[in-house]
Design a protein around this ligand. Structure first.
Ligand SMILES: Nc1nonc1C(=O)NCc1ccc(Cl)cc1
Length: 245
C-alpha cells in the first residue's frame, strides 16, 4: 500500500513514520510512505502557500493553486488509484471500521491542512473525503495524518502478526480484555487464577466476559453498536443481562 502525505512540514514526520513497526514495514516493502512539501508547488519568490482570508478575520488560509498543483502532481506520480483525504476537525470521525475500509485501498493521499483552513474550492474539486481523528483542534493536520497512517498500515498484511489483528479491540466494537504477564504476583496483586489454569475454553470465556463487562462500564455506546451490528451471541446477551444491561 502506498501513502502520499502532502504537508508544509515534512520534517514533522521523522520519528513516527521512521521508527519501529512502520519503519520495518517500509523496509519490508509492505508499505511505501512518500512525503511531499506543498511549498515545492509554489511559484513566487517567497514560496507563498497561504494568504489572508477574503471577508477578513484572523489567521491565514492555504492557497488553492499550490495545493491543487501538489495534489495533481502527486496523483500522477503513480498509476495506482488513490483516495485523497483531508485531515480536518470538521471531517467524518475516524473509526476502526473506516480504518479497515482504508486498509483495502492500494493508495491513500493525505492532505494536511493548516492555519484556519484550506481554500474551499480545493475541498470542492480535489478532496474525496474529509476525516477527523477527534473533536479537538490541532495546530495542523500532520499529527492526524500520522494517526491515520499508523492505524491503516498496521492492518496491511504482513505489517503485524495477523492473529493479534483478529483479537484486537474495536474490531467487533468491544474493548480489549485485561492483559497480564510475569510475575504471577506483583506488589501483592495476583493474576486472575483462570489465566494460569491452562483451561483454554474457560480462559476464552473469561476474556469474552471481561470484554463485555468493560465495554458496558466504559463505552456503552460501543455495546449498542455491537448489538446493532449483530456481533453479540446469545451467551453474550445472557451475561450482559446478568450485568444489568
Ligand atoms: N482534529 C483533527 N482531526 O484531523 N485533523 C484535525 C485537526 O485538528 N487539524 C488541524 C487543522 C487545522 C486547520 C486545517 Cl485547514 C486543517 C486541520
Amino acid at each position: 500500500m502506498r501513502f502520499d502525505i502532502l504537508t508544509l512540514f515534512p520534517a514533522m514526520f521523522q520519528g513516527p513514520l521512521t521508527e519501529s513497526i512502520l519503519k520495518r514495514a517500509q523496509q519490508a516493502g509492505r508499505i511505501e510512505i512518500h512525503l511531499h512539501d506543498i511549498r515545492q508547488w509554489t511559484t513566487d519568490r517567497h514560496r507563498t502557500a497561504d494568504d489572508t482570508p477574503y471577508g477578513g478575520g484572523a489567521g491565514m488560509v492555504m492557497k488553492a493553486e499550490p495545493l491543487a498543483a501538489a495534489i495533481r502532481a502527486v496523483r500522477a506520480a503513480d498509476e495506482r488509484p488513490g483516495v485523497t483525504i483531508l485531515l480536518t476537525p470538521d471531517g467524518e470521525l475516524l473509526t476502526q471500521q473506516i480504518v479497515r475500509e482504508l486498509a483495502t485501498l492500494p493508495r491513500l493521499l493525505l492532505v494536511c491542512g493548516h492555519y484556519e483552513g484550506i481554500d474551499e474550492r480545493v475541498r470542492e474539486t480535489l478532496i474525496d473525503r474529509e476525516l477527523s481523528i477527534g473533536d479537538y483542534v490541532l495546530t495542523g493536520g500532520e499529527l492526524a495524518a500520522m494517526v491515520v497512517v499508523d492505524a491503516v498500515a498496521r492492518l496491511v498484511p504482513g505489517v503485524i502478526d495477523s492473529e493479534s489483528i483478529v483479537e484486537e479491540s474495536h474490531s467487533d466494537f468491544l474493548l480489549e480484555y485485561p492483559h497480564y504477564t510475569r510475575p504471577a504476583v506483583w506488589e501483592g496483586r495476583a493474576v486472575p487464577p483462570v489465566l494460569l489454569s491452562g483451561h483454554h475454553g474457560e480462559i476464552a470465556r473469561w476474556r469474552r466476559a471481561e470484554r463485555l463487562r468493560r465495554t458496558l462500564v466504559r463505552r456503552p455506546d460501543l455495546l449498542a453498536r455491537a448489538a446493532a451490528a449483530g456481533v453479540l451471541t446469545k451467551a453474550d446477551l445472557a451475561l450482559l443481562a446478568e450485568l444489568g444491561w
